[in-house]
Each structure stands twice: as structure tokens, then as C-alpha cells.
Design a protein around this ligand. Sequence first.
Ligand SMILES: CC(C)(COP(=O)(O)OP(=O)(O)OC[C@H]1O[C@@H](n2cnc3c(N)ncnc32)[C@H](O)[C@@H]1OP(=O)(O)O)[C@@H](O)C(=O)NCCC(=O)NCCS
Length: 265
Amino acid sequence: MQTSGAGSQAWRSAITGFDRQRIFTKGVPIEELMRWGNFGDVVFLLFKERPPQPWESRLFNAVMIASADHGPTSPSTLAARVIASGNRRALEAAVAGGLLAVGDAHGGAGEEAMQVLHEGLNRIAETGAAPAAVAREIVQRYAAENRRLPGLGHRFHDVDPRAPVIWTMVRDEHLPAGPVELMLALEEQLRIEKGRLLPVNVDGAIATALVCLGFEPEIGRIAFLIGRCAGIAAHALEELTREKPMRIKFTYTYDGPQPNGKSAQ
Ligand SMILES: CC(C)(COP(=O)(O)OP(=O)(O)OC[C@H]1O[C@@H](n2cnc3c(N)ncnc32)[C@H](O)[C@@H]1OP(=O)(O)O)[C@@H](O)C(=O)NCCC(=O)NCCS
């Protein structure tokens, strides 16, 4: 569709078009997507040039579902609840605020995890090195730089139940095993380096799936945001409808200077 008028600028976009009768995304009519697709398929289509194949649909929907919620203790859902606790009139403020808590430590590590996987897979392809050797190199480099490996470690889980589902789906769909082998090799080399298991978390699992699906690394962050938006909204709404305003209280200790100049004990 083209619009013009006095002072209007010519924008362009290749995502969704419409005219008086039709709406279509990447050329696919909205009616078709509504009748035959599902939400994951539409998200896939928005970021790719075509609708997913059935195996891509299953794997991408697993990514969306894995990201959707992890209860009220995640930084994003907690932030949304705190905002809803104080601002009782704007559900959207709580949802938007919750999304702002997603980042490198929470839900945003998928992008860097995909970069690590791409780097490692390229190294394996170019040199023929074993995944374990490439993973050791990457783990040791991160350790030397005092950085955390993205996609590994979890505050609550010994094994994140979302990761093995991705591994079996990749196997059952007969996809190339390289990305899963490398991610598991990173987990194993980090276990050796740290002396304890830091399991592949949701960011690492979805990063692996998204590499299998041929997405660019930015989608590692975006896919989590899209999925988790649903969970954040549910928590914000529950806080508004089920809890009293300003219910959030916690103890803290002031350890700054006292008014009389004495330091705190
Ligand atoms: C998710 C995360 C914040 C959980 O942290 P946690 O369980 O509270 O772990 P802690 O902060 O108590 O760290 C425990 C130890 O493991 C190490 N560690 C934890 N995750 C690590 C990782 N991904 N890479 C390297 N070391 C890691 C810490 O450095 C620390 O080591 P130390 O005892 O020698 O100081 C943490 O694992 C992390 O930062 N992971 C990388 C980012 C990521 O994938 N985020 C997505 C989460 S879904």
C-alpha cells in the first residue's frame, strides 16, 4: 500500500502490507495465518522471509513456550509486580517495566550464546577440531577475561528442564547435531573449570535451537522477550487483581553514616 499527502515521507517496509481489503505479512494473508498458523509461526514469519516448515514450527514454538514464564522470582516478573504494586492504573506500565529487566544476566544472554556457538562451529568446520577442544578454548578464554559464559548457570536448577527438551527435539527432527554437541561440550568444560555443574539454562537452550533454525544472534534476545512478555503480563495482572497496593515489604539494614558522624555498627 502507498500513502501520500502534503508533507508525507515515503517510508518502506518489507514486513506487513495492507490495503482497504487485505492485510498480509511477507505476502501471506492474515486470514491464512489466523486459520492455519499459530503464534510461534507468525513470530517466525516476522523475522524470516517465509513461514516455517512443520519441524521449524515445532522447534520455534518450543522456544516461545520455554521463554514464557518462570514464576514471580525472575527479575522481569518481579519488576512488573513491584510496578503494579505502586501504579494501580496502568497495567501496560508494569508490563513495559518488566521487559526492561531483561538483559545479559536474565533472558538476554541468548544473543551472546549464539555468537559463541557460531564462533565455535566455524572453528570446528575450519580446523576439524573436536567440540571438546574448541569448548575448552572458549571456556578458558572467558575465565581469563573474568567473564561468565552466556547461557550457562542457574540460580535454582541443577538441570534446567527446558534444555533436554530442545536436545531431544533436535535429535528427533534429525537436525545436524553440531550446535547441541558444542553447547553440551561448553557445559562439560565449564564443569571441569569450575569444579561443579553450571547447567545450560533457558538462554543457552533457546540459543542452540535458534542456531539450528538458522537465525542471526539478535534473535536470541528478541525471542526470549517475545515469549516472556506473556508471563510478565500474567504476573502484572495477578498483582493488580489479587494483591493489595504496596504489599511488597522487605527488611534492610542501613549501613551508611549516622547523623552524629558515627559509622554504622
Ligand atoms: C544465571 C546466573 C546469574 C546465576 O547465577 P548464580 O547461580 O547465582 O551463580 P553465582 O552468581 O552464585 O555464581 C556461582 C559461581 O559460578 C560461577 N558462574 C555462574 N555462572 C557462570 C557462567 N555462566 N560462566 C562462568 N562462571 C559462572 C560464578 O562466577 C561463581 O563462581 P565463583 O564461586 O568462583 O565466584 C549466572 O549463572 C550467570 O550469570 N550466567 C550467565 C548469564 C546467563 O546465562 N543468564 C541467563 C540466565 S537464564
